[in-house]
Design a protein around this ligand. Structure first.
Ligand SMILES: O=c1[nH]c(=O)c2[nH]c(=O)[nH]c2[nH]1
Length: 303
């Protein structure tokens, strides 16, 4: 043979596992991105196409989710060790398993009365803060905002009572995860008067705070309702802002079906979700101070 097979590995990459454990009303979240790479006696599948030694990548994916349910996720290291040991010791042709795990950290969102939130989280790592200042020699316009502020409520979210046609398959949800990565812009009503210039730094912190608190404290029947509440909370508390526009991807978290492995997986406790990447719902809207004009472009990428 003029060619020979060199190093090779295979598996399922980027399994987005979210596990919510409940300690009464206080929820804990473990959010992992798990990639499995296996190698061993894999010459035949490459040379002749015989799959006799191939544990499907689909099975490696199922194993990740089933292990999250059955054995828990104390730490990424412990979870990785458990998985690697399983693949190498349970499958004769597999000699090496490499489990890579990224873990995303979440912080609790404090409530408006200063208590620590029980089931509302903001992902650690700073969002990007944005501003756009326009001046034509006469008129000032300041629009500030943020993007990539990732938030999650592990309960207090439902979605039901929607229109159903022959293409509707979505099941009504009475207790779901609500998660989004907030992109927002808010327009200041400052007109250039140096005496009345807002404290931009303080304003940013306050707008962000109200946005987060409204997200955490709204019992949500739809992301649209949460959007409106976030905008209204900002307008109600911040006199310097007349208009807020949001673009909110609905980051779907689906309960994984673990029935085939004899595991019951419901929202009650220790639920394991797959954080789906694409497609995602995209909910966008503007909230205005009554009587004010909408000037932020509908497409935030135009700003
Ligand atoms: O909050 C939601 N709003 C929707 O418009 C929608 N559509 C959908 O499929 N799921 C959801 N969730």
């Amino acid at each position: 043979m003029p060619t020979i097979l060199g190093q090779n590995q295979y598996g399922k990459a980027e399994n987005r596992v979210v596990k919510i454990t409940r300690d009464g009303a206080t929820h804990h979240i473990k959010d992992l991105n798990v990639s499995v790479a296996l190698s061993g006696d894999m010459e035949e599948v490459h040379y002749s196409g015989s799959n006799a030694n191939v544990l499907p990548t689909d099975t490696t994916r199922n194993t990740v989710f089933a292990f999250a349910k059955e054995h828990g996720v104390e730490s990424a290291e412990q979870f990785g060790i458990h998985l690697a040991r399983h693949f190498v010791t349970s499958q004769r042709p597999i000699h090496r398993a490499r489990i890579r795990i990224e873990e995303y950290d979440w912080e609790r969102i404090a409530t408006s009365d200063g208590r620590e939130g029980k089931h509302s989280f903001v992902r650690k790592g700073q969002e990007t803060r944005l501003t756009q200042v326009t001046y034509d020699g006469e008129t000032w316009e300041v629009v500030s905002g943020l993007k990539d502020l990732t938030v999650l409520n592990s309960t207090d979210s439902e979605f039901w009572g929607y229109v159903k046609d022959k293409y509707t398959t979505l099941k009504e949800a009475y207790d779901r995860i609500l998660a989004t990565s907030v992109s927002a812009r808010w327009r200041f009503n400052w007109t250039g008067d140096a005496e009345r210039m807002p404290d931009w730094e303080a304003s940013y912190g306050e707008v962000r705070k109200h946005l987060l608190q409204a997200f955490a404290e709204t019992y949500s029947l739809s992301l649209q309702q949460t959007l409106y509440q976030m905008g209204a909370r900002i307008i109600d508390h911040r006199g310097e802002v007349d208009e807020v526009r949001f673009s909110l991807p609905n980051s779907h978290h689906f309960l994984v079906d673990l029935e085939p492995f004899g595991l019951k997986n419901d929202t009650a406790d220790g639920a394991v979700y797959v954080a789906a990447d694409r497609p995602y719902g995209l909910i966008e809207g503007t909230v205005l101070r009554d009587g004010c004009e909408a000037r932020i472009p509908a497409d935030l990428t135009d700003l």
